[in-house]
Design a binder for this molecule. Structure first.
Ligand code: ATP
Length: 282
């Protein structure tokens, strides 16, 4: 097995009708079991980058590509999209656009059918996937008779049943209400506990801070920051220069240090921030 789950080397990509590349000399790696969060302003190239990793760009959505991408040591450009779908699952923004079948069971079976999974094995995987996303017993229901959060969990279950090593999620909760967002993130937390490797694009930095191991900041097609979640989110001035912000707790601690001449460590989650604030006050 290759050392890294994903390796992107000198990736540059241009759509046929864009005047300059939308991705410019991108380099990063993700180890097995790591979750990478990608953040950046709208139009930065986040979705395009995610679709390069599973080969959708440029094999289905065409354009001019340079550089190399390796997934589990396989060169993505030399593998077709169908073959890649065995290794890389993709969950999109809008749940209903990913659902096409009459029942939930058929919905989950659909992707597996394309991979040639035998019927007996399918039944086992359907049960397993539904239980992982908390939709046990819903097999015969119509996907349309689900809430937005449930539909997105179903879309995740359909991907999980294909047993990919890597999951890519492009703003999977942006169309959901707060309850739906929490439902989906609860599922994602479980996947992380299982050791899933993943990429998640989300504008909500609190979610990224709580869930991701590494963060990549993309702006105008360039990697502006890349590092562990702590490394990236504690560079507050740099984030502000890029018109982004750190999680609210990190912003709070930074402002607190500045205002009261304190030296609290810039934590990125509430749990760590409480401890940091307490130590700064001792
Ligand atoms: N199919 C396409 N053909 C031509 N240009 C495209 C295509 N898809 C995206 N673009 C352009 O490429 C650039 C990057 O788009 P992309 O969707 O990857 O950005 P993004 O960071 O995901 O944005 P958002 O946060 O709004 O989803 C944008 O300027 C966009 O207009």
């Amino acid at each position: 097995m290759s050392e890294q789950a994903i390796e992107v080397k000198n990736l540059t990509f241009e759509y046929p009708d864009t005047e300059e590349p939308v991705l410019k000399n991108i380099n990063f790696t993700i180890d097995y079991g790591e979750i990478l969060g990608i953040i950046g302003p709208t139009g930065a190239g986040k979705s395009t980058l995610a679709m390069c990793v599973n080969g959708l760009v440029p094999q289905v959505i065409q354009g001019e590509i340079e550089g190399e991408i390796y997934v589990k040591g396989m060169n993505v450009h030399e593998s077709d999209v169908a073959a890649m779908s065995e290794h890389v699952g993709f969950v999109f923004q809008e749940p209903e656009n990913q659902l096409s079948q009459m029942t939930i069971e058929e919905e989950i079976a659909f992707g597996m059918g394309n991979l040639g999974v035998p019927r007996d094995e399918m039944l086992v995987r359907i049960k397993d996937a539904l239980s992982q996303v908390g939709l046990e017993g819903f097999e015969e229901r119509s996907p349309l008779a689900l809430s937005g959060g449930q539909q997105q969990r179903l879309a995740i279950a359909a991907v999980l049943a294909m047993r990919p090593t890597i999951m890519i999620m492009d703003e999977p909760t942006s169309m959901l209400d707060p309850k739906g967002k929490n439902e989906v993130y609860d599922v994602l937390k479980n996947l992380k506990a299982y050791g899933m490797t993943g990429i998640i694009i989300d504008h909500e930095v609190e979610r990224i801070a709580a869930y991701c191991d590494k963060v990549l900041v993309l702006d105008e097609g360039e990697v502006k920051m890349f590092g562990t979640t702590e490394e990236v989110f504690t560079e507050i001035d740099r984030l502000h220069e890029l018109t982004l912000h750190a999680p609210q707790v990190t912003e709070f601690l930074s402002q607190y240090n500045r205002t009261f001449h304190k030296n609290a460590a810039l934590a990125t989650t509430i749990e760590k921030a409480v401890r940091s604030y307490e130590s700064a006050n001792k």
